[in-house]
Design a protein around this ligand. Structure first.
Ligand code: CO
Length: 134
C-alpha cells in the first residue's frame, strides 16, 4: 500500500535559523518560505535527490504544531509522509484494521495541493503519519 517517502516534516521554533542550518551548514537546496494559513504553518521545502524535508514554523495562534514545540522547544521530527495511490482505499483498509485517522476522516488538501490524511501516532510506532495521494 505504501509508496515513496514524500517528505519528513521537522517542526522548528525559528524558520530562518532552520533554513540556515539546511542551506548553509548542510548545503541543501531550500525554497523560499511559504505561508500555509489553512494549515497553521509556514513551510520551507528542503529538496533532496530522493525526497524532501519540510521545515515547519507555527503560523497563527491555533497552529497544530504549537503544542509539539512546547514539548520540544528546540524542534524535532513532527511527521513522516508516505505516498499512496488511492487515499480512500488506504483509509478504509487502515480503519478496518483498527487504526485511528485524525480529524473527521475525510482527506484534506495538503501543502502540495493533493489529498492528505493523518494517522494517530499511537497506532504507528509513536510517529505521526501523513498519507498523501500521489
Ligand atoms: Co506533511
Amino acid at each position: 500500500m505504501l509508496g515513496r517517502l514524500n517528505h519528513v516534516a521537522i517542526a522548528v521554533p525559528d524558520l530562518a535559523a532552520g533554513t540556515a542550518v539546511y542551506r548553509d551548514t548542510l548545503g541543501a537546496r531550500v525554497s523560499q518560505p511559504q505561508a500555509e494559513p489553512a494549515h497553521g504553518v509556514t513551510v520551507v521545502f528542503v529538496e533532496l535527490p530522493n525526497t524532501k524535508v519540510e521545515l515547519l514554523e507555527p503560523l497563527g495562534e491555533n497552529s497544530p504544531i504549537k503544542a509539539f514545540l512546547e514539548k520540544n522547544p528546540s524542534g524535532g521530527i513532527h511527521h513522516v509522509c508516505y505516498e499512496v495511490e488511492d487515499i480512500l482505499a488506504a483509509r478504509d483498509r487502515l480503519v478496518a484494521a483498527g487504526a485511528r485517522v485524525l480529524g473527521d476522516g475525510q482527506p484534506k488538501t495538503g501543502a502540495h495541493g493533493k489529498p492528505v490524511l493523518f494517522l494517530h501516532p499511537k497506532d504507528f510506532c509513536g510517529t505521526l503519519v501523513e498519507l498523501e495521494q500521489a
